[in-house]
Design a protein around this ligand. Structure first.
Ligand SMILES: Nc1ncnc2c1ncn2[C@@H]1O[C@H](COP(=O)(O)OP(=O)(O)OP(=O)(O)O)[C@@H](O)[C@H]1O
Ligand SMILES: [Mg+2]
Length: 225
């Protein structure tokens, strides 16, 4: 199967005192397996909402999201949780590491949650990223750039098919941003993981062959280089 992801007419509507707010307004797109795609758009345009619905962290109002050919929005919560843990990897903008666990324990966490702790793999991933020296440190004592590297290692722990990154460099200086982007690119190229990145940054967008712009909950352009 060619498309790892197919989104059909996705909407997300909030009702508040002022009436309906359409945060996603009929988003449709297809993503081929192994692609590296950036979503760009202004604040409030619906980027995080879209990524969170794809990652089963939020619910859509209507529409369909096919992952590996299956409409995953129809799944029951236990199946959703299994998919999140087994096939998706997540990287967020801010500190998502558990502060009371060591770096190594954080990276191991997804395998522990799956019921099969695998410290050997966690160590290998840290070594691959050149940060094995951080293994026994606690997250509050490492830098922002280091935290994001650890977060990426953790996201890879269960060998995901799809990596979802919401502003992974939003909190970093240029040098660290470039380093994090390099890692995400490498994971895409070496392991064929499909990567979706949400960003405000033109510098981040420049690194992707396909850039999808979002404004007011709609795709306004879909450029391929
Ligand atoms: N619970 C909610 N109730 C009402 N509106 C909401 C709710 N959650 C989010 N929104 C609105 O949805 C819109 C899209 O939010 P979203 O977080 O997806 O934007 P974004 O593109 O990721 O923005 P940013 O670049 O600032 O992260 C915003 O206008 C936000 O105010
Ligand atoms: Mg956002």
């Amino acid at each position: 199967m060619d498309n790892i992801l197919e989104i059909k007419n996705l909407t997300k509507v909030y009702n508040d005192a002022g009436g309906e707010i359409k945060v996603l307004d009929g988003v449709s797109l297809q993503v081929k397996k192994g692609k590296f795609i950036v979503f760009i758009g202004p604040s409030g345009s619906g980027k995080s909402t879209l990524l969170n619905i794809i990652g089963l962290l939020d619910k859509a109002t209507s529409g369909e999201v096919f992952f590996e050919g299956k409409d995953i929005l129809k799944l029951k919560e236990d199946k959703r949780a299994k998919l999140r843990l087994g096939k998706f990897g997540f990287v967020f903008q801010f500190d998502s590491l558990l502060p009371d666990f060591t770096v190594l324990e954080n990276v191991n966490m997804p395998s522990l949650l799956k019921g099969k702790s695998n410290f050997e793999r966690a160590k290998k991933l840290l070594a691959k990223f050149g940060i094995e020296a951080l293994s026994d440190k606690m997250p509050p004592s490492i830098s922002g750039g280091e935290k994001q590297r650890v977060a990426i290692a953790r996201a890879l722990m269960n060998s995901p098919k799809l990596l979802l990154a919401d502003e992974p460099t939003g909190n970093l200086d240029n040098e660290n941003s470039a380093e994090v982007m390099k890692l995400l690119k490498a994971m895409n190229e070496e392991y064929g993981i499909t990567v979706l990145i949400v960003t405000h940054s033109d510098a981040v967008a420049e690194q992707a062959r396909r850039v999808i712009s979002i404004a007011d909950g709609k795709i306004t352009s879909d450029r391929r280089k």
